[in-house]
Design a protein around this ligand. Structure first.
Ligand code: SGN
Ligand code: CA
Length: 522
């Protein structure tokens, strides 16, 4: 009678320890300009994204992930190098990335990984550190784009999201086979262009949101009364800066029959002509009825009613493009299942920054305000990272490189400024330490499109201080904005310069100096 428990105990003693996880494959999926407001696992009121949501369901969703610089090329350079823009040298989109420097793909390759990238690159120089690259030339076109395939220009027919997706599926199959043969993992970077401006979806999504009313954000008609002058300096407003043709697909000639047209307003006759014929007709057909009704009523519409109309058109085009990305992500996850790679692959979904989908009256990004500063971030590694977790840790795009290197068992170079998220991920996103007390941000592209003034800043889990580098307050000091994110998540009330918040302002200025010093900021 006593034997059974004893046997049981003995069996428990000799049971083999759980093997350490093998080095995972790395699948890094990124889109361009995809805000959290447009992803349903983040509580979107606008759309459903079942493909992307699956990663959250099976892994960790980060709610306070941020970028160090909310603009395309610089963000990508930060991801590759694990260093802030001032250290990797790629400060604005006008810069050329120095591909001779150390990047995570190069280090993974040295560690025995096969490394590949497909999709958007946008770093001015050709990719380095990849066994194979198949990237868009420049920003890339939505239709019939030209790719650079291992240095050779290759024009392909079709829609950019479908073309990148097809290539991703083909490379996954090839990489799975070679990984087996070499008994070594791979890293595949799949970087979609969508939903970047000027929003041209695949025809199969044209019917989506037809007749629907997209809820307007609470700050669509923001007058920036509680902020500094900085917010009024931009040219990225839904009301004024989206072009009728290029962005909104409304024939400007019908609105201004005798007027002089903006170059972007010659688009209907120019760029639209690049669409395949059947697609061109389908595209015209979705807009025609709504457009005709608009031409007939626009003269009687108030300015706000016109902005609301423009918002609806813009939001629907954007969300349709994002739907194409979501469909691709869902199918890529299915393909991992089919290839038997779901357990052995670390999967990331993110975007190169967040996005203004009408919040504060805007489109585009660039600002340290929440919508563009925060990026979506979802991570899955079955069996290693717990499922269905959320995290408020202050992780950044700076942290991808060290995370991938640690997962690969490779050394993290001492000059990388990011921090591996792996321990945090294994703990399901909970880190009592905490992971990071404060993050540093710096945007330099004031001379680029949309005229957003240069600024830097520091954010903690509750507060954000922004300092405009070229603007002064009435006393001649650098212009500041300070927000309490817990009571003012829309950042409508600037607390800087208010005597009752002087101690808080001084504390945050101190934190800004601390992070600046630690990172050797300019
Ligand atoms: C283009 C867009 C801008 C956008 C930048 C940067 N204009 O210049 O609206 O801010 O890219 O975007 S467009 O008329 O060409 O669409 S980024 O994602 O590459 O940083
Ligand atoms: Ca971008």
């Amino acid at each position: 009678m006593m034997l059974a428990p004893l046997l049981f105990l003995a069996a428990a003693v000799v049971a083999p320890p759980t093997p350490a996880p093998k080095r995972p494959n790395i699948l890094f999926i990124m889109s361009d300009d995809h805000g959290k407001q447009a992803i349903s696992c983040y509580g979107s009121k606008l759309t459903q994204t079942p493909g992307i949501d699956r990663i959250a369901r099976e892994g960790v969703r980060f709610d306070r992930a941020s970028v160090t610089n909310a603009i395309c090329g610089p963000s990508r350079a930060v991801m590759l190098t694990g260093k802030h823009s001032h250290r990797n040298g790629f400060v604005t989109n006008e810069t050329v990335f120095d591909g001779a420097q150390r990047t995570f793909p190069k280090l993974l390759k040295e560690a025995g990984y096969r490394t590949e990238v497909v999709g958007k690159w946008h770093l001015g120089s050709d990719p380095t550190g990849f066994d194979h690259f198949d990237v868009l030339v420049g920003q890339g076109d939505y239709w019939n784009p030209t790719f650079l395939v291992d240095g050779v220009k290759t024009k392909r027919e079709g829609h950019v999201t479908d073309l990148i997706h097809q290539e991703a599926i083909a490379r996954l199959g090839a990489l799975a086979a070679s990984a087996k043969e070499r008994d070594a993992p791979f890293a595949l970077l799949v970087h979609h262009k969508a939903p970047h401006r000027n929003w041209m979806a695949q025809p199969r999504f044209y019917g989506l949101f037809k007749g629907a009313v997209i809820p307007e954000p609470a700050t669509l008609f923001d007058d920036y009364a509680g902020r500094s002058v900085a917010s009024s300096m931009q040219t990225m407003s839904v009301a004024k800066d989206l072009s009728w043709e290029y962005d909104l697909k409304v024939n400007a000639r019908k609105l201004y029959p005798d007027g002089k047209l903006d170059p972007l307003d010659q688009w209907m006759n120019n760029e639209l002509a690049r669409l395949p014929v059947g697609v061109r007709e389908a595209a015209h057909a979705i807009w025609a009825k709504e457009n005709d009704a608009f031409y007939a009523s626009v003269s009687a519409m108030s300015a706000n009613a016109q902005t609301s109309w423009r918002f609806q058109r813009y939001a629907k085009e954007y969300l349709r493009c994002a739907q194409g990305v979501d469909e691709s992500v869902g199918k890529i996850l299915d393909e991992l299942d089919r290839l038997g790679l779901a357990e052995s692959t670390l999967v990331v979904y993110t975007s190169d920054q967040g996005w203004f989908l009408g919040e504060h009256g805007w489109f585009d990004k660039r600002w340290m305000y929440e919508e563009s500063f925060r990026m979506p971030l979802l991570v899955r590694w079955n069996g290693v990272i717990p499922a269905q977790r959320t995290s408020t840790a202050l992780v950044q795009n700076l942290d991808f490189a060290p995370t991938f290197l640690e997962a690969a068992g490779a050394a993290i170079p001492a000059d990388m400024q990011g921090k591996s998220m792996l321990p945090l991920l294994k703990a399901g996103g909970v880190d009592p330490t905490p992971f990071r007390e404060a993050v540093y941000y710096r945007f330099e592209e004031s001379k680029g499109p949309h005229t957003v003034p240069r600024h830097e800043g520091v954010a903690t889990d509750r507060f954000k201080l922004m300092r405009f580098l070229d603007l002064k307050d009435s006393a001649g000091r650098p212009l500041l904005e300070l927000y309490d994110l817990s009571s003012d998540p829309d950042e409508r009330t600037n607390l800087a310069g208010k005597p009752e918040h002087a101690a808080l302002e001084a504390e945050l200025l101190g934190k800004l100096e601390t992070v600046r010093r630690a990172l050797d900021a300019p």
